[in-house]
Design a binder for this molecule. Sequence first.
Ligand code: PLP
Length: 372
Amino acid sequence: MRTTIPQFEPYLGQEEIFQVNEVLRSGWITEGARSQEFVKRLVALTGARYVSLAPNGTLALYAALKLLGIREEDEVIVPDFTFLASATAVVLTGATPVFVDVDSATFNILPELIEPAITKRTKAIMPVHIYGQAAKMDAILDIAKRHNLKIVEDAAQGIGVSYKGRHVGTFGDFGCLSFFADKTITTGEGGAVLTNDPGLAEAHLYFRNQGRLERGSFIHPRLGYNFRLTDVQAGIGLAQLDKLAEIVEMKRKNEHFYRELLAEVNQVTFPTVDRDSERVPFRVNILVADPEKLGGFLEARKIGVRRFFYPIHRQPCFNGHNSRVSGVIQNSVRAFEHGLSLPSSARLRTEEIRYVCAAICDFFAGTHVPSR
Ligand SMILES: Cc1ncc(COP(=O)(O)O)c(C=O)c1O
């Protein structure tokens, strides 16, 4: 057993090293053949008609919002329980994020709270598939249709996740993936923009490549920017995609084992699984009375843990000037107050999971276990 059990670590190996070596040897390190191949593989995996790469998930969301025409006077509805970037991508466009509460059991946006949040300024909804579990897309699509709103899905944590058999990120006008180091598969930094709309797909190609479709030309028909990735990252992405099924299986197996070992511990509950979603446990999450105290206890035993996301409406960077809160927000606050993410790597070993669960049992039994 390792001396420290990390909260998360990427699942990297010789295959990624081989890819990076090959790219460096080839002399072509910006976007090239591997990026094209990575895109093709993402199309095949997600079923989206069009995929293009982005520098990271945050800028993928920003590009998507921008291409849908979101601007200063607009509002975008965002769940209050998510990583900050869902909301800051909205702020980057000049628009106002409007925070609504989430489901107490799944932490995904509550569709019934979306409609009361809609004003004349509302232009889009951003469902987030939080912790690798799909948001209630049927209801969200229905609301968007009735109110003529755009949808940008934040599927940063959602690779491999589907809703009623369809990959997340393919329901809205755009869907965005992240390949940050803590994601199910990673390229270090990286992201992807998914859409089924040929016009939006083409607009994104111009946007991300300095306003032109071909590289090397100095004639720029449109205004565009540099939102490209590199073949070094795409090569890593290809190696990671080869392992996705294996990673997902291990993550599911690990979570199942945690659930089994902690089933008798009354002080620990696991969040609810939504049967409409084919979930990939992005994190192994538990709910306890005092996650700070339990977290400190586990950290002292060299077990890496993480608190849940801090409610966005309480973030010090947000205030009445650049955001708005709709309705009462309780579940997002409760999730933060009680949630704890346990070690969640795909490569966790059985004895490590046993060790973590034994430590949790000791904590609740009030007994002392010597730290390693
Ligand atoms: C829900 C969510 N949205 C957006 C992002 C932003 O992605 P990135 O870190 O690639 O910019 C992340 C992850 O970091 C995330 O978890």
